[in-house]
Structure formats: C-alpha cells, structure tokens
Design a protein around this ligand. Structure first.
Ligand code: LM2
Ligand code: CA
Length: 493
C-alpha cells in the first residue's frame, strides 16, 4: 500500500506563478533500500506532506481543503468519524457507540461533502479508525441517540464480541510488557473488541468499506498495538489494495511499530518527534542531531515524521504550540530534513486536558484561525499552525529540494545545519544570541532568498529576506532563534 493515489490525483500544483511538478516525485513502489545508505541519509518522500486537523469539524475541513492543496499538502488526517458517547470532552470521539456518522464533528452529509471537496482539490482524506474498542461507560445514550451498554451495541456487537481477558483484577491493561494484556485486556477500561471473531471482522470491514465508498483514501489505525497484527491484517486485507494505512503504535512495552508495517503500511515514528523535542527544548542539538539517529527509526519509506499530535501535546512528550518559536523551527527542520512522510499538526489552545471549543448541542465550533502574535493564545482559539508562512514556505523548500540527500552537517551548541546535495542549505540557530561564525554551504556564490523568513513566497517571486553566499561558499552568521533555508532555485542575483 502506497501513496500512489495521492500522486495520481495531485498532478501538478500551481502555486501563484510557480508550477510544482509532482511528476518528479518518487516512482511508485521504488524501494529506498535499493539506493543504499538509508540508515544515514534517508531519501525524501516529502511530496506527501499531510496535516492532522485535530477536532476540526467536517465543514471547517471542507473550507480548508483548497488552501491545503494550494500550499502543497496532499493528505488530511481527520478526527474519528463515528457516533460516540455524549459529553463535553474532545475524547468522547474515541469512544464509539455505533458506526453512524452523526457526531460532534458534523452530520453524515457534511462528512460526505468534506470528502468530495477535498478529493476535488486533490487532497486525500485519512480517517481516524477507532476499531480496537467501543466505550467505557456502563450504559448510556450516544450522540445520535443510540442506546448502548458497555458490552452491547444494537445491531452491532454483543457480549461475546468482546474480550474478557481475565488476566488482571479489573480486566484492564496493567503491564504493557505483557503482549496478551496489551492485546486482550481493556485499554483505559474501554470494552475491547475481539478481532478474531467473524462478526467483529465483518462489522469493522463494513464500516471501513463504507468510508472508502464515500471517497476516503485511507485510515489511521487507532491503538493498532492493542490489536493482534494477524487479526488486524485479515481485516485490512479485505479492503482494496490502494487503501492507505497508517498505524498508531506508540513504542515501548512488548510491541513495536515495525511489527505493523511489514506489508507496506505506514506508522508514525514517535522517536522522531521525541528526539526533535529533546534537542529543540534542551538545545542538545549537537549530539541528538547525529546522523546515526536515523538508524534507530522506522525505515523512511514506511514512516510518518511529526513534531506533535493530540496526545503528545497533552502529555508534553513533544513540542507544542505552547513553545511557538521552537515548534515553528522544529516544523521547518522536519520539512528541510528528508525523513519519512512529514505530518504537520494543527490544533487549538487549551488550558484543560478535556477541553474542546463547543457550540450548541455538544457540537464542535467552526474553526476560525487566530491571527496575531503566536505567543498569547487564549484557550479555545484555533492556532492553524499549518498556515504559518514559515511552514508553507518550507513546504516549498521541500518540493524544490525533492530528493537531494542531506550532507555536509554543521553541529555546534544549539546550531544545526546541513546541505541538500549541492542544491540547497538549511541552518537553524536555537541560541538566544546571534551566531557569528562562517558556515560552509557548498553553494555557488550569490544572493539567495531565505525561504524560512520571506513574506508571501507563495504569492509572488519577490523575496523579502536575502542571504549572501560568499565566493568561497560560506555564509556568515545567523540571527537568534531563526532558520536559513536557501536553494539554487531561488537565487536573486
Ligand atoms: C489513542 N491512540 O491509541 C488515541 O490517540 C488517544 O487519544 C485515545 O485516548 C486512546 N488511544 C483511546 O482511543 C483518548 C484520551 C483519553 C480518553 C480516551 C477515551 O486521551 O484520555 O480516556 O480517548 O475517550 C477517557 C478519560 C480516562 C478514562 C477513559 C475511560 O480521559 O480518564 O479512563 O476515558 O472512561 C478511566
Ligand atoms: Ca484490544
């Protein structure tokens, strides 16, 4: 399973006066391992940049899709589309009670409209599939009126369809090193589906297929680690070949993401996000940014790199909008590096774990992107990180540098840089002060446009911030807390 669909539908993207040809992208089925050196310098798959629009309702995503396409984003990850328990918290959507689509994120019609709009714009929709479990409450009425009990959902599942692991006192997972517990006991007390049963496989397949029929391109498999890989495989194998599958497997304990990607599926590389956090937050960039760090990751071709997601921004294991400057620089670095399929993260500000901006009837409010300073958000404001100019410009950088390898590393305390072949150079300064030393870029002399900090790179070819490369290929200095991203494709003189 590959991103072939995205390649086919995206074609060429016109951005202002620029035409980005996606035909220069990686040919289908090309395996990076053939090229070698993958552990040191993974090759680029950056033409498949995605964004998680966390808790964006269907109407808001619909309205955003053309803009995503214009920026060069080719897939969007939505929050889970299915009926869920009632309640004010965002996480009610992770407790399904039926596979109907009316939810706090919108109606069935709004979901269909979103998928159609995004597909027409050339943006694939990846739906978050919560198929490990149902709900945790003993009984209740769902968002759309479904009457349920923890182990009984009308027309769907009955007691026998759930695991009863009997391995722990309360049937909940207690030891994450015990594979049987991780798979068969209850995650957070959520009733745990038995994916070995024919009825369960059938109902899940039907649900996923119904989303595909509406035009969804693929799925994030929520809590993949908590399902038996062969049983999950049986379900996924019954879907068409071109379906994109992204497993969420948080490493640690007995199971690792590698165990889920052996049929060409993708998985998030949590280590990448945590490592970015470690060296952006602590400044230990010179050690952490060692090329050998790639070796510990999932193969680039099967991984999704990211800076933050909805869980990690809450448990603070990664950077988040709370450190806007570092988040912005880390996102730029991800887009400049060549690892994996980058996923951007776009969220709202909160001061309480459970909070999501709601309107009437527990429905999520329409998104209004907040303009203004990045360091003073009020709870409930939508941050729309994917619209930040530095980010949209760096998407352009990643297209312009395409498959050029990372080389010619520069590492110093809180300074990290590398060239992209002989075509471009990227440098970031995390110090509270300017860095004055000469840095070798390997580029021919000239006045280059700095993608990172120039205004409106997408709307015009004008360049508001220029960088001079001297006759010996060096640049001198970089301001505090900023980045320089230059390429031969944007030389001013
Ligand atoms: C995931 N990946 O594997 C999601 O990324 C993560 O966001 C989900 O947790 C989790 N797995 C289950 O799908 C979220 C949220 C939890 C929340 C659950 C269930 O992070 O806090 O748990 O959804 O809605 C909530 C309460 C928790 C309670 C549980 C059951 O926060 O305190 O546990 O419901 O009642 C007793
Ligand atoms: Ca399970």
């Amino acid at each position: 399973m590959t991103f072939s669909r995205a390649f086919k539908t995206a074609g060429g993207l016109a951005i202002g006066s620029l035409l980005i040809s996606l035909s220069a992208c990686i040919p289908e089925n090309q395996d990076e391992t053939e090229i070698g050196l993958v552990a040191q310098t993974p090759l680029s798959h950056q033409s498949n940049i995605g964004v998680q629009l966390f808790m964006w309702n269907w109407e808001s995503i619909s309205k955003e899709c053309q803009l995503l396409a214009d920026t060069g984003i080719s897939w969007v990850l939505t929050s889970p589309p299915q009926e869920h328990i009632r309640g004010d918290a965002w996480w009610t959507v992770y407790q399904p009670v039926s596979y109907g689509l009316n939810s706090k994120l919108g109606t069935t019609e709004q979901f269909e409209e979103m998928v159609d709009t995004c597909n027409s714009a050339g943006v694939d929709v990846i739906a978050d599939a919560v198929i490990n479990h149902m709900s945790a409450s003993s009984n209740g009425t769902g968002f759309d009126g479904t009457q349920y009990e923890k182990y009984s959902y009308p027309g769907l599942y009955q007691r026998d369809d759930f695991h009863n692991c009997q391995l722990t006192s309360n049937n909940q997972i207690q030891n994450f090193n015990d594979v049987a517990q991780v798979r068969d006991c209850e995650l957070l007390g959520l009733s745990d589906l038995d994916q070995g049963r024919e009825n369960v496989q059938g109902k899940i397949t039907e649900y996923l297929q119904s989303l595909l029929d509406k035009g969804v391109a693929g799925f994030r498999i929520d809590a993949a680690k908590h399902m038996s890989e062969p049983e999950l495989r049986q379900i996924l194998d019954s879907l068409p070949d071109e379906v994109i599958v992204m497993h969420e497997v948080i490493p640690g304990g007995a199971l690792q993401p590698e165990q889920y990607t052996n049929t060409g599926d993708l998985a998030w590389e949590f280590g990448y996000a945590e490592n970015m956090n470690a060296f952006f937050d602590s400044g230990l960039i010179s050690t952490a940014a060692n090329a050998s760090r790639w070796g510990e990751y999932l193969k680039s071709v099967e991984s999704i790199g990211f800076i933050s997601n909805h869980d990690t921004e809450r448990n603070r294991s990664t950077l988040s909008y709370r450190q806007p400057k570092l988040f912005e620089l880390a996102t730029a670095t991800m887009l400049a590096e060549t690892y994996g399929h980058p996923m951007l993260y776009s969220s709202y500000s909160f001061d309480d774990f459970d909070f999501v901006p709601l309107g009437p009837g527990e429905s999520v409010q329409d998104v209004v992107c907040q303009d203004g300073p990045k360091d003073s958000y009020q709870a409930g404001q939508w941050i729309c990180q994917h619209r930040w100019t530095t980010t949209t410009n760096m998407i352009q950088f990643s297209f312009d540098l395409d498959r050029e390898p990372m080389e010619n590393w520069k590492r110093d305390r809180k300074i990290y840089g590398f060239s992209r072949g002989s075509e471009g150079y990227f440098l970031v300064n995390l110090r509270d002060e300017p860095y004055d030393e000469e840095i070798q870029t390997g580029l021919p002399p000239g006045v280059y446009c700095n993608y990172f900090s120039s205004e409106l790179l997408h709307e015009s070819t004008e360049c508001s911030e220029q960088v001079v490369v001297e006759s010996d290929g060096t640049i001198t200095g970089i301001e505090s807390l900023t980045a320089i991203a230059i390429s031969k494709q944007r030389v001013m003189e």
